[in-house]
Write a protein that binds this ligand. Structure first.
Ligand SMILES: C[S@@+](CC[C@H](N)C(=O)[O-])C[C@H]1O[C@@H](n2cnc3c(N)ncnc32)[C@H](O)[C@@H]1O
Length: 246
């Protein structure tokens, strides 16, 4: 299990807690759903944003620390469970589901297949599943990476997230995250980790969706600030949103 999602989940939650209000508005409009599920919900930032917009939200995560943070954040505004995305049974269905910020890249192709199977069983007919999954092409250089600073209370952190290695043929990328605590009780600490993720191309991703109970309805570019223009299914980029329907 990734340390950043376990022992250092609090730091992850601070590092990724940027303003997602415009994105949440857009998601709510696309989903047209009252009840929304978020598999791999982490610290619940998206669950909270969706709950603030009137959705009844349910999330789950494999990390007990993330579940704890989500529950603390949401209080009575939503439910959060400990469960695995590759095999889960919540005993109910939803009108829509979301999975932001490349969470699905943590799953191997076989695991993604199982995840889509189980997610489909939790959705009503015509429900949308909006997933944010970056796509790459064979001759592509690794992305330069993302670098930013974030703070909450006394704690401030500097984050570097870099693609170290991209093997499109094997469908694997190695991404290094480095979080340096600049201020607060843990000032001076550095949390560094390598994440082995699946690298999808437009072709392999489309094939994986075709082999699932879902169809790919549309793809949107989530990298342009404040706008989510529709793009072709052959588009590449780190922050693409894919609209899946049953
Ligand atoms: C990149 S974080 C994103 C969290 C959240 N979706 C967000 O937007 O902030 C990925 C999350 O997926 C969870 N995760 C990874 N593999 C999982 C699995 N097989 N089942 C459930 N959760 C998983 C991790 O514990 C982590 O909280």
């Amino acid at each position: 299990m990734t340390r950043l999602y376990e022992d250092d989940a609090e730091l992850y939650d601070i590092a990724f807690d940027w303003d997602i209000s415009a994105e949440a508005d857009w998601l709510v409009e696309r989903l047209q759903a009252t009840t929304v599920l978020e598999p791999g919900c982490g610290g619940g930032r998206m669950l909270e944003a969706l709950a603030d917009r009137g959705c009844q939200v349910v999330g789950f995560d494999r990390s007990p620390r993330m579940v704890e943070i989500s529950r603390r954040r949401l209080g009575a505004r939503g439910e959060v469970f400990e469960a695995d995305m590759t095999h889960f049974d919540l005993g109910r269905t939803f009108d829509g589901a979301v999975c932001p910020i490349n969470t699905l890249l943590h799953l191997s192709p076989a695991e993604l297949g199982r995840h889509l199977h189980w997610t489909a069983r939790h959705l009503e007919r015509r429900a949308r599943y909006l997933v944010q999954v970056g796509l790459v092409v064979a001759d592509q250089e690794p992305f330069a990476g993302s670098h930013w600073e974030a703070s909450r209370g006394e704690t401030s952190v500097k984050v570097d997230w870099v693609d170290e290695e991209l093997d499109v043929v094997q469908g694997v990328s190695r991404q290094r995250s480095r979080i340096e605590v600049l201020a607060g009780p843990r000032a001076g600490e550095i949390v560094e980790e390598v994440h082995v993720m699946t690298a999808w191309t437009p072709a392999t991703w489309t094939g994986a969706i075709e082999a699932s109970p879902f169809e790919l309805v549309a793809t949107y570019d989530g990298g342009t600030s404040g706008e989510w223009p529709r793009v072709d299914s052959t588009a590449t980029g780190g922050l693409l949103w894919h609209e899946l329907a049953l």
